[in-house]
Design a protein around this ligand. Sequence first.
Ligand SMILES: Cc1ncc(COP(=O)(O)O)c(C=O)c1O
Ligand SMILES: N[C@@H](CCSC[C@H](N)C(=O)O)C(=O)O
Length: 447
Amino acid sequence: MASPNDRPNFSIDNGTVKKTIGLLGKQQNLPPSPAPSTPSSGRKYALATELVYTESTDQYNASSTPIYQTATFKQGSGSGGGEYDYTRSGNPTRSHLERHLAKIMSANRTLAVSSGMGALDVITRLLKPGDEVITGDDLYGGTNRLLKYLSTNSGIIVHHVDTTLVESVLPVLNEKTAMVLLETPTNPLIKIVDIKGIAKAVHEVNPKAIVAVDNTMLSPWLQNPLDLEADIVYESGTKYLSGHHDLMAGVIAVNDVALGEKLFFTINASGCGLSPFDSWLLLRGVKTLGVRMEKQQANAQAIAEFLEEQGFKVRYPGLKSHPQYDLHWSMARGAGAVLSFETGDVLVSERIVESTRIWAISVSFGCVNSLISMPCKMSHASIDKKTRAERQMPEDIIRLCVGIEDVDDLIDDLRTALVTAGAVKVGVDGLEAGAPEEIITQLNLNA
Ligand SMILES: Cc1ncc(COP(=O)(O)O)c(C=O)c1O
Ligand SMILES: N[C@@H](CCSC[C@H](N)C(=O)O)C(=O)O
């Protein structure tokens, strides 16, 4: 009979990982997995280098990590014990991705799951009936929907407060607070939340409460909430981390080993670990995160300035006019590439969105190509109209998710759309925001 002592043995021989399988007694020149990502020298490189640099024990020294497209793994003995047994529990391609992301997200452990919402689902399974959650009043629609589900069906009490003010969190903070869920910048109102200020206040009142931060809008290239005293960071890997809108993924990052184990338990138990192929795609995409992000936010800055010059109310933390400009830059290394602006009229906004050519009308962000959308009708439509009004979400708000195209082309396309939609008056000095009365009347007649 095989015993647990027959687990495979790994040793390094002349630079090659040798695997001795107990019962079979065969010595193979096979690596345990292409797993390591951290440089064996232990050296920490700059983030731009870490994004592309990986070390692996792949037997053929493949430059690109192989896709282990398998559901199950043969075992060396009847008592199992191999490093991998079943892809829901673990897969070498996913392990490699998770180790790579841990370096990049400044985390002890990361876990890759099937979507950003899947990541939040795993995190919120740490909660039990009677627990209280404090969160923002400007949240991504899907996050709001999941929290509403939990408060309606699972006995979780959810407090939505203005998280841009640490003082708004304090009155609802108590020993039942199990989780504080933050987004910054918020989607789509681009409000900034003081991660460190809130984390300190929360941990002081209840050291067991978990501060979880959705870092999707900035990515680890621009912000590391774990360094700002957050306990959990999660991101939709569908966005900047992958960058090409060719996969859905979610990533969770933690420093606490026990917390990482609890989250892994849920992922294995519920079966939402990222598939081998999507792990490979994400691994490929993340290598260009730095260059994509730098180009995208340079374009976003120019576009935000262009719109502000025309007189529109623009929300973007790269603009000095942003009311929380200093707070944002005290936490982040850049302003990101999502901005929003208002026109004063829903129909005018719709006309702008429908008049662009390069800007695709689409939900999501973080992709190399530019997108335009009306959050109240698209990404945030799952928040009902009354709640949107209570949370002061302007129905006419347009969200721009800026890509890597030529910035002059992007501005030209937007300028043409603004003129076509009648959102600007064309004067001798150029364009001026504000649809003429007759255009608004006409649009309302046609509506
Ligand atoms: C800020 C934010 N967090 C989380 C999510 C969820 O990510 P996913 O679509 O990958 O489930 C999204 C968008 O969907 C988002 O915009
Ligand atoms: N129909 C989807 C909408 C997804 S929105 C995607 C993204 N987070 C964004 O902000 O654009 C849904 O109901 O979730």
